[in-house]
Design a protein around this ligand. Structure first.
Ligand code: UDP
Length: 486
């Protein structure tokens, strides 16, 4: 099953822009290169003005053994207006970049044996056909997201009115019904352009020869079984689905960077005593919510590391603005004197921290997270339970899976996007996580899940074997091509 003894395959991976998309594509590439001895060329559609993306693509831990091809950034500003939502923007950006993708692929095609595209790039799949390459879609998140996305065109025909206004959960054959409030962002408003784009993405999955997902059998066996066996869902999917994860980032601690100050502080804290608070690469909260969260952390009297960002106007995933700070360095969007009062309790880190290092540290005992797909897996892989604070995208679905089925998370009573989570509730959640029997039980469950995830990706594990199946399929196709050429 392993590719080690056969002539080296060469796979192209096409990634859409955004840290949350580029990281999983690079992780997949590294996995294929490092464990399965495959040669990789990664084509990355970048955003013109993103220093974080540039930095990531230059970071040696994820890119050193890959051949990276940057697709020239495109300017889509003329296509956007104030109402263009993130998924629509991303789809427009990918579409505008397609000529660049075509040029790059054509240049490399003689060397490639297959193309894998992330799920925002399914419009590039016909190019693989033109180049006679087997083609796969990579979903960096879980089976539930895949089921909802491929089945949404059916729901579109069956359901009248807005999904969020339905009284019952949305039925997907063989799967747990999706609570109306948990639908992914583009399903929130069926009249918006981004809903049409999302439907198109779901249909696009069907063009691939297979669907790869960054998940593993044990975390959601019910949905995986349904995707494979339960008609009509399995018929709609129509292609093999492969659980090949969880693939997460593993960074080594370096001397002399900002991380060191955080690490030094963490080294001094008791085991499993620190709550790490972060909302992904772009998540922000409203000014009022930041205030409540700050007070909640302070009142909990528990240790914390909080990656803070200035408030957004909409409490969503964008709209940063710059602000000043008080005499003690407290940014003026935090309660006055917060830094002074919490100086022995926690760390406030502006904008960005090396999350992979923090989650791996033994002093970290909980993660207040927006439940982005990477953050969720990183938390599980490090055995850290979660306070689920979903904001956008598919995070509400992730939060439900983690809280209600896997039992490794707790969450506020109401969705943070539907109202303010008060300081009292924050304080209670933090104390449950770090101080209670329930917190301890969650930690035990997440450690078991971590072990099952490690088993899945180890040699001979379910995810390892799934990846081998994909590689075998690619190899068969290559051999056939060679035969017909002879
Ligand atoms: N991340 C990080 N430091 C931060 C914020 C995010 O290292 O301060 C990394 C995090 O480890 C994860 C990725 O950025 O790998 C965020 O991806 P995720 O899917 O969790 O959320 P998104 O940014 O897509 O909303």
């Amino acid at each position: 099953m392993d590719n080690n003894n056969q002539s080296m395959l060469h796979i192209g991976i096409l990634s859409s822009p955004g840290i949350g998309h580029i990281i999983p594509s690079l992780l997949l590439a590294n996995r294929l290169a490092g464990v399965h001895n495959v040669k990789l060329t990664v084509f990355v559609i970048t955003t013109a003005d993103s220093p974080t993306e540039r930095q990531l693509l230059e970071s040696s831990d994820l890119t050193s053994r890959l051949n990276n091809v940057g697709i020239p950034p495109v300017d889509i500003s003329a296509l956007l207006d104030a109402n263009t939502k993130p998924v629509a923007q991303l789809c427009l950006l990918v579409r505008a970049a397609l000529p660049g993708v075509r040029a790059a692929l054509t240049k490399q095609c003689r060397r490639l044996d297959a193309l894998v595209v992330d799920f925002f790039c399914t419009e590039a799949l016909p190019m693989a056909d033109e180049l006679n390459l087997p083609k796969f879609v990579y979903v960096p998140t879980n089976a539930r997201f895949t089921a909802l996305t491929v089945y949404c065109p059916v729901l579109d025909r069956e359901i009248v009115g807005q999904y969020v206004e339905q009284e019952k959960g949305l039925e997907i054959p063989g799967c747990k019904p999706v609570r109306p409030e948990d639908v992914v962002d583009p399903m929130l408003d069926r009249n918006d352009v981004q809903y049409r784009e999302y439907l198109r993405l779901g249909v696009g999955f069907g063009m691939a020869d297979g669907i790869l997902m960054n998940t593993w059998e044990d975390i959601d066996p019910v949905t995986l079984k349904a995707l494979r066996e339960n008609e009509p869902l399995s018929k709609v999917v129509g292609k093999p689905v492969y659980a090949i994860g969880p693939l997460t980032r593993n960074i080594e601690e370096r001397d002399g960077d900002d991380g060191t100050m955080i690490m030094q502080w963490l080294h001094k804290q008791p085991r499993e005593s620190v709550l790490y608070v972060s909302f992904g690469s772009g998540g922000t909260l409203s000014a009022e919510q930041i205030t409540e969260l700050a007070w909640g952390l302070e009142l909990s009297e528990q240790r914390f590391i909080w990656v803070v960002r200035p408030p957004s106007m909409r409490g969503s995933d964008d709209a940063f603005f710059t602000t000043g700070q008080g005499a003690d360095g407290t940014p003026n969007y935090l309660p006055e004197g917060f830094n002074t009062r919490t100086q022995n309790q926690g760390l406030v880190v502006p904008m960005w921290a090396e999350q992979a290092l923090i989650l791996r540290h033994p002093s970290t005992g909980g993660f207040l997270s927006h439940c982005g797909c990477n953050s969720t897996l990183e938390s599980i892989k490090n055995g850290v339970p979660i306070i689920a604070w979903p904001l956008y995208s598919e995070q509400r679905q992730n939060a439900t899976l983690l809280t209600e089925e896997v039992g490794v998370a707790i969450r506020p009573m109401k969705l943070p996007t539907k109202g303010i989570v008060t300081r009292e509730e924050v304080k209670t959640l933090v104390k449950i996580m770090l101080q209670s029997k329930k917190g301890k039980e969650m930690r035990e469950r997440v450690v078991k899940l971590k072990m099952s995830s490690e088993k899945a990706i180890s040699i001979g594990g379910s995810s390892y074997n799934s990846m081998c199946e994909v590689l075998n399929a690619i190899e068969k196709r290559r051999d056939l091509k060679i035969c017909t050429q002879i």
